[in-house]
Design a protein around this ligand. Structure first.
Ligand code: ATP
Ligand code: MG
Length: 568
């Protein structure tokens, strides 16, 4: 942990983080590789919304460009028309911008390179390094061999260059059906690296592409396309996750055979976060099967979900920084992400008092109709945020949980005959408890100690507890949505016995409709963030808030399990 703290401090001091990627780049600059140039990219496939793992990759790649005065590209790896959509492109651009990763208008698309890729494929065919294969998919699989057993060569492997050129051109023209033919690299069917066993470069897909329409019916595979895209853009450090380490020899082979500009690939461990899933396929299923209410559901680990939940970009950037980069896969505790947002909001969130589950209190010795405006701090952490007034009236609400007839040990809130301080107001005493016919407490009759007004200095009386409250008739009704983790186990995708869907937390959303807020929140707009004193940080929901009723999402509670574990 101490290393992580150091790296955060270094960042604050304007120093570069110390990690193995920065060490590699420092050396490259020292030996003047690429003339000291640094150019990174973030290359998402537009087949879903971005998640917190992508955020880590964005922060890392953009951070490097920023720290070395280099450049950062946003490039869509849009090589598979069947899964990609414009909606995803738009959401990705919005999310990358929101994370303040500056791509200076360089929004690039792999589909713009299709013609160049085609020419390069022709070049490989002419060199005798690629061939058209008629094997069916399952036959190809059978020919591939195993980790311990060499593969078998396809009977079509030794077609003449002329025949391959002719067939490949006809593939492009649309003369064949899906799956009838593929273009493969001619490498080595007995290579110990299975990926080198004549990998597929092009397959026939008669589908419209979201950008190129029906111009193409052959599409490059990821393995063929990815290194070429980096090469075309002059990327210096092509940073990707560990699973691509075994693909590197293949990317190298393509670039070397084509004799084109060759970026350096560097792999790092992907981010895994506890109590959630990160695979785009699973996130899509959660949306399609209505386990959540869209990609931006505040319980989703997507950037849009986190934004709607109330996370700030700064908290996510800082989280990525604290997590750092590593060479080995690990599970990051979601409590660390919660810690990052608490740290940020503690410094800047406007405080307000909101009673989530109201219990009416009638102040017997306060005049009916009188409104006393009491001063309250907007943020005790930041005096420059100033003060506001909160109306105090004869009838107020307190939390049901702040009153108990049978208090457990150490309960410092209101009990029959007991006293408690109302935040920014008076000390009250509970004189009488009113119940309904079912025996439930419905109202309390209390009296204030008029000398105990906060800040008046008239009374030295001390009580153990301070609770929040709101005026009954001067408050506004709001809806509060409280979230819990989306899954009940740490690693839902890693469970062998059960499908991850069975591990969804059925109580991950609690909707509280009759909450009462002090009048200050009336003017709040979608996305505004607050601390509801004692109840957590909340953000105005952009989807469900209406003119007549504000809906708040709880971003995070105030209880910090992470900082506590740091102290131990
Ligand atoms: P898939 O390829 O299965 O659709 P993906 O999450 O890899 O899913 P991409 O669009 O390929 O999606 O990801 C874009 C970039 O984000 C890649 O460079 C990838 O390495 C990086 N990335 C994806 N997931 C993570 C993660 N959990 N942690 C860090 N980086 C990630
Ligand atoms: Mg990927």
């Amino acid at each position: 942990m101490s290393d992580n703290t150091n790296s955060t401090e270094n960042k604050l001091n304007g120093n570069r983080p110390k990690n193995f990627i920065y060490e590699i780049i420092d050396k490259d600059i020292e030996i003047n590789k690429w003339g000291g140039r640094v150019h990174t990219r973030f290359p998402p496939e537009p087949n879903g919304y971005l998640h917190i793992g992508h955020a880590k990759s964005i922060c890392l790649n953009y951070g490097i460009a920023r720290d070395y005065n280099g450049k950062f590209n946003l490039r869509f790896d849009d090589t598979n028309p069947t899964k990609e959509e414009q909606e995803y492109v738009d959401s990705i651009i919005e999310d990358v911008k929101w994370l303040k990763a500056d791509f200076e208008n360089r929004i690039l698309f792999a589909s713009d390179y299709f013609e160049q890729m085609y020419e390069w494929a022709v070049k490989l065919i002419k060199k005798g390094k690629a061939y058209v294969d008629d094997l069916k998919l399952d036959e190809m699989r059978d020919h591939r061999g195993t980790v311990t057993e060499a593969g078998k060569e396809s009977p079509f492997r030794n077609r003449s260059i002329e025949e391959n050129l002719d067939l490949f051109e006809r593939m492009r023209k649309g003369e064949f059906k899906n799956g009838e033919k593929v273009l493969r690299a001619k490498i080595d069917m007995s290579s110990p690296n299975m990926l080198m066993r004549d990998p597929v470069m092009y397959r026939i897909i008669h589908s419209s592409h979201h950008r190129t329409g029906d111009d193409w019916c052959i599409y490059p595979t990821y393995d063929w396309a990815h290194g070429l895209e980096d090469s075309i853009e002059g990327i210096t450090h092509s940073i990707c996750t560990l699973e691509f380490e075994v693909h590197r020899p293949l990317y190298d082979w393509f670039l070397d055979e084509l004799e084109i500009y060759h970026p350096q690939q560097i792999e790092f461990a992907r981010l895994n976060l506890s109590y959630t899933v990160m695979s785009k396929r699973k996130l899509l299923e959660l949306v399609q099967e209505s386990f959540v209410d869209g990609w931006d559901d505040p319980r989703m680990p997507t950037i849009s979900g986190l934004r709607r939940r109330g996370f700030t970009p700064e908290s996510i950037i800082n989280f990525a920084e604290i997590v750092g980069v590593a060479k080995r896969d690990a599970m990051t505790d979601i409590a660390l992400l919660e810690y990052a947002i608490r740290e940020d909001l503690n410094k800047r969130a406007q405080r307000v008092m909101v009673v989530l589950k109201p219990l009416k209190v009638i102040i017997t010795n306060f005049d009916e109709g009188k409104i006393e405006e009491l001063e309250a701090l907007n943020n005790p952490e930041d005096p420059s945020m100033g003060k506001r007034t909160v109306p105090f009236t004869k009838e107020i609400y307190i939390e049901q949980a702040d009153f108990s007839e049978n208090p457990p040990k150490g309960y410092h809130r209101l009990v029959p005959g007991g006293e408690v301080r109302l935040r920014y107001a008076y000390i009250i005493k509970c004189d009488q408890v009113i119940k309904n016919e079912k025996g439930e407490v419905i109202e309390l009759y209390c009296s204030i100690d008029p000398d105990s007004k906060s800040g008046s200095g008239k009374s030295t009386k001390k009580v153990k507890g301070t609770i929040h409250w709101v005026s009954a008739d001067q408050s506004v009704e709001i809806e509060a949505r409280l979230y819990d983790r989306l899954f009940i186990v740490e690693d839902p995708a890693g469970e062998k016995e059960k499908d991850y869907r069975e591990l969804i937390n059925k109580n991950s959303l609690e909707i509280i409709s009759g909450a009462k807020a002090e009048p200050f929140v009336k003017s709040a707009k979608a996305g505004d963030r607050f601390q509801f004193e004692r109840n957590g940080y909340f953000c105005v929901d952009s989807k469900y808030s209406t003119e007549s009723k504000l809906v708040f999402n709880r971003t995070v509670t105030l209880k910090d399990t992470w900082a506590k574990s740091l102290k131990q």
